[in-house]
Design a protein around this ligand. Structure first.
Ligand code: NAI
Length: 349
């Protein structure tokens, strides 16, 4: 196992801590790079057997071609989403694995955090009381009890979110191309068409993956169908929302509040400290001027439990890839979805 060398990209101190702890059981030779993996930095991967990347590393066609030339056999995503990988380029060249469900609870709970904070204006109340301002004007919220939540995507995160929202005794509408009637009966929600969900929900949460069919799922046209004053929550991926259309929706008050953990152009800014700099992205800075927007920088996953699971499953994925004939968590271009086939019967020969 010692001889397997892994280049980690876009690493922060918390990644290094959790992976070093976990690696004491695996014994991989790990080198951590702060840089994100992209066209400019790909040469850092020379001499390694595997690369480990995160949400804002750019696994485009050129990067994948270079990685293949360097003899890298596996890209290990230490995240669930995989929209940053060109699978067509990877197919037949390099294997791609991910961590499908390190903690759907972390993300669902963060979605709830954004909802509650926006509804009861906790972000404003916090600053008021710290300034000895005990006035509550402008902090009016609404009972979530018996309001309607619309959940777009009833996968692992969406299901947990629904369970929590049912605890508030909310009505829950959902849409997903994969209808699971048993689940809807068990959890007490209704599958509906997207347009119905858009025009009947008081709170909408995006919990589907980003792909060509969900890119800008929420756009000018879909915003026109929303119930006035709706709250939008996006912990999925930034490009599920057309940010310019969102800003117009906020300005016209069609959208009453937005809780965003992801942003279309986040890769340059999120996870970094720009507090002493001028941020050149006018869309991002405009978003931050709204009193009814809370933006968190892709931290929904960030719990102790999730970090532990991410490190464990990522290293297991790599170990199984190099050591066994069967392994899980591969994402396959041919299947167009996560693939759990054994290596012998893999779509990827
Ligand atoms: P999952 O794969 O378990 O569920 C996704 C669901 O979305 C599936 O049921 C799928 O059928 C559905 N879906 C696909 N296309 C759809 C469409 N057009 N409309 C409605 N539903 C659609 O994925 P999981 O674990 O629930 O994660 C969802 C997304 O959350 C991930 O793809 C990832 O992008 C994001 N995520 C964000 C994190 C964060 O820290 N902010 C952390 C982890 C995941």
């Amino acid at each position: 196992m010692n001889e397997i060398r892994i280049a980690f990209f876009d690493t922060k101190p918390y990644d290094i801590n959790s992976f070093n702890q976990e690696n004491s059981e695996f014994g991989f030779d790990i080198q951590y790079f702060e840089d994100k993996l992209n066209n400019k930095t790909v040469s850092l991967a020379k001499g390694f057997d595997a690369v480990c990347v995160f949400v804002n590393d750019d696994l485009n066609k050129t990067v994948i071609k270079k990685l293949t030339e360097y003899g890298i056999r596996i890209i290990a995503l230490r995240c669930a989403g995989y929209n940053n990988v060109d699978f067509k380029a990877a197919f037949n060249n390099i294997h791609v694995v991910r961590v499908p469900d390190y903690s759907p609870y972390a993300v669902a709970e963060h979605s709830i955090t954004l909802m509650l904070a926006l509804n009861r204006k906790i972000h404003k109340a916090y600053y008021r009381t710290r300034d000895n301002n005990f006035n509550i004007n402008g902090l009016l919220g609404f009972d979530m009890y018996r309001k309607t939540a619309g959940i777009i995507g009833t996968g692992k995160i969406g299901q947990i979110l629904i369970k929590i929202l049912k605890g508030f005794q909310m009505e829950v509408l959902a849409c997903d191309p994969l209808i699971n009637e048993e689940l809807s009966k068990e959890l007490g929600f209704k599958y509906v068409e997207l347009d119905y969900l858009l025009s009947n929900s008081d709170i909408i949460s995006l919990n589907c993956p980003l792909n060509s069919s969900t890119h800008h799922l929420i756009n000018k046209d879909s915003i026109s169908k929303l119930k006035p004053g709706v709250m939008l929550i996006n912990t999925g991926r930034g490009s599920l929302l057309d940010t310019k259309a969102l800003i117009d929706g906020l300005k016209s008050k069609k959208i009453g509040a937005a809780g965003l953990d992801v942003y279309e152009e986040e890769s340059e800014y999120f996870f970094e400290d720009f507090s002493s700099e001028i941020v050149p992205d006018d869309t991002l800075t405009r978003l931050l001027t709204f009193p009814n927007v809370i933006l968190t920088s892709h931290q929904a996953f960030f719990t102790r439990e999730a970090l532990h699971n991410i490190a464990e499953v990522t290293l297991l994925n790599i170990k199984h890839f190099f050591n066994s004939t069967s392994y899980e968590n591969e994402i396959c271009y041919q299947c167009k979805r996560p693939c759990r086939k054994t290596r012998d019967e893999d779509c990827f020969k």
